[in-house]
Structures are given as C-alpha cells and as structure tokens.
Design a protein around this ligand. Sequence first.
Ligand code: GDP
Ligand code: IMO
Ligand code: MG
Length: 430
Amino acid sequence: MSNVTVVGAQWGDEGKGKIVDWLANEADIVVRFQGGNNAGHTIVVNKKKIALSLIPSGIIRKNKLSIIGNGVVVNPLALLDEISRLNKVGVKITRKNLRISENSSIIFSFHKKIDEIREKRKGPNKIGTTGRGIGPAYEDRVGRRAIRFADLANDNFLKEKIKNTLDYHNIILAGLKSQLITEKEIFDEVSSYKKSILRYVDRIFPILKKAKNEGKKILFEGAQGILLDVDHGTYPFVTSSNTLPSAAASGTGMPLKNLGYILGIVKAYTTRVGSGPFPSELKNKIGEKLGRIGNEFGTVTGRQRRCGWFDAIITKHSIDISGIDGIALTKLDVLDSFEEIKICVGYRVNGKVINYFPLSEIDQKKIKPIYEIHQGWRENTQGAKTWSDLPALAIKYVRRIEELLQTQVSLLSTSPKREDTILVKNPFLG
Ligand code: GDP
Ligand code: IMO
Ligand code: MG
C-alpha cells in the first residue's frame, strides 16, 4: 500500500477537491501542505455542495484525521469561519478530526491589506491575486519575521514578535502614505481567536511518522496547480508557494521518499483565474460556452475563470517537472455538446514551431497555439460510472491526452458528484 500525493497539473481549479474527497474514503489521514485560503474546492455529496478552502478535502469523511501542514499559511479567522460553516452542515470539527501544525505561519489582517494595496498600485499589470494576503505572508516566512502558532502561547514573547514584524511593514506603509499598524491592533486580533484556534494546534511530523510506521495511508493534498508554482510556473503570474509534489515533504515534515504515488489532476480543457499567459485561451463564444457549461466561476472570489482548449504542451511541462505517475482527468462531460474539440499540440513563437513552454516572459506573450481537431462525441457522458459507458469518440479523446502527456489516466471524473468517478487504477496500490 502506498501513500498518495495529489497536485493540480494546470492553473488550479482542476477538481482536486472532488478527487481528494473521493480518495479520502481509503485514506486514514489527509494533509494539506501549501497555499492558504486562496484555494477553493467544491465538493458535492448527496446533492449538497460544500465549499472548502483551508481544511483538507477529506474532512467530510468520517473517522479520518485532517491536518493543515507547516507549509500552509493560515488565516485563523478564515479557518474558524470555515469550521463554523462545516458545523452548520453537520460536519463536526474537533481535535479528533482536525490538527494544525504549530509551525504553520499566520496570515494577519495587514497581510491582506498589503496584498490589496500592491495590486491596486500595479493597475493593469496586477497579478490578479485572490487578495487573501498569501504573498505577503509567505514573504514574511522567508524573511524570518513570520509569527507561527507556536509563538502564541506566551504573551510577552508574542508582543516581541509582533513588534519585529511591524518594524518592517510600517516602514513600507509609511512610504506608501498608508495608515500604520499598531502593535495593540495585532495583539487584540490574536486575542480574538487564540483560545478557539490553539485547541487544534499540534506537533505534526510525529503523527505522520507514527501513521507511516503503522502502515496507515496518508493522502497529501496540494492546492493551486503546477503552473502557479513560484519556480516552475508562469512567473511572475503565479502564487507564492511551491506547488510541486516535493512541497508535500517540506510542507509537512514527511520524508520525500514517503510521498507515494503522485496523482496529477487534469481538466479536460483549460482554465485560469487572474492575469498571465494562457496560449489556448478562447476569448470568444466557444470560451464563453466552456465557462457556462463548466460553471467556471471561482469558489473563493467568484471571479469568472478564463477558458480555453486543452493545452498538451503546457500540461506536459507540468507532468515532466512534477514526476506525475498518473492523472485524474476531470470535467470530460463539459465537452459533451461540442461539435469540434481542439487540443493545442505545439506553439509558434517568432515564426518557429516549438513543442515546449518557453520560460521567457517576452516569448510567452508571442505564443500562437497550433491545434489538432477532434470530432466531438455529442453524447452524454455526465454521470458515466464505467469506461464502457463512454462513447468511442470520448475514449479516443482521452487516449490522445494520455499519448500526448505520456502518462496514464488513473481516474476519470464525469460530474461534480462524488459517485460519478471511474476508477482505472487505484493510486493507493502504487
Ligand atoms: P479545485 O480547486 O481543484 O478543488 O477545483 P474547484 O472546486 O475550484 O473547481 C472545480 C469545479 O468543477 C467544482 O465546482 C467541482 O464541483 C466541479 N467538478 C469537479 N469534477 C467535475 C466533473 O468531472 N464534471 C463537472 N461537470 N464538474 C466537475
Ligand atoms: P485552487 O486550490 C486557481 C491564482 C490567483 C492569481 C495567482 C496569485 O482552488 O486550485 P495568490 O492569491 O495566490 O497570491 O494569487 O494565483 N490562484 C489560483 N487560481 N485556483 C487556485 O486555488 C488559486 N490560488 C491562487 O488567481 O492568479
Ligand atoms: Mg479551486
């Protein structure tokens, strides 16, 4: 039996939440390892829609432990709000099913404020962040001035930490002629949630080590997607964390060799939210149709997602750098009514044909996609539960994706519902 690490293989919103919830049935522990409440996952169980952001997507399953790892930046107020929303729909959250790593960094209200100010100043060149303070919080972490949950236990120590962090931020806010932040404001902010949040805080890596020794199955849940990785994504239009599978080791304390099967989640077409290159984007009626049928609106910000055809070149880039063992292909059903379906199989840049994603931002702006055209199946695949329920042309499309990505489809998702999932190869079997 193997562990499984789930990552998005495009620009996020591939349907990771649905697949993690499905796989969680077999797991003992589900751990989030990076990102924060910029992530938004929608899960549909018994016709009920549940939106998750910080809490691992295994929380809905009974008798599973959900862990927020040290690689996650946590906004405690957003987390408490999520806990209360889950409690209201009957998912009880206690220390029995949720733990937070004591060395996770905290997102404060000033991180959100700084995120918003910076985006506003950039005007048309903005990154299009989710405005949740993710970037500023990660900057504090690598700048060695972040405040972590372990720092909350002692008031005097916490006051020193707050002073140290604000020394840095207030210099910048003064330069921006923005209102400065007081130490009291931040101390009071912490006091408002401290007691409610500390009950979940724990030492995480001993829990994972013990589980591993007992042969328990651990599911590592990535947020965002490989193309939003701060090193290997479409920089600078990326998030501020590493979204690669290796972040599951640094973001939890689990040794790299124990991450198990790497499952990439791939949408049958392409979407992205925010700014940045998107070679196969369709700014026309077809793009609008994909968005309408696929319900492509952000779970977190409600923003309309940009839509386009499946891009085999950029997705292969993700597969190659993240060592993906197999994929879960999602949202095939969204293509059901299309007469013609295109796949981007090459790029033309400066008159030259290339079969890789160029890293130069200038070249990225010049990419013209080269497409191959597939005949649409124009039959219903929504809700298909076995491979034999699929029309021949849909199978041909899936096989072509496998061929272009040089990987195998392990799972196929045919609707937002948990049960509408076809298992081809169980990732827990390695
Ligand atoms: P995540 O961020 O990767 O977890 O993805 P999101 O939840 O933000 O976005 C994926 C959306 O697609 C959600 O609304 C899901 O309910 C929905 N979804 C997931 N799989 C499928 C599928 O196979 N077909 C359809 N039609 N919708 C799906
Ligand atoms: P899930 O987990 C899609 C995008 C933002 C923006 C960029 C930087 O639901 O797939 P940030 O707030 O992280 O500094 O924004 O990253 N982004 C996402 N896009 N899905 C996500 O998460 C995202 N999280 C961040 O839109 O372009
Ligand atoms: Mg999402």
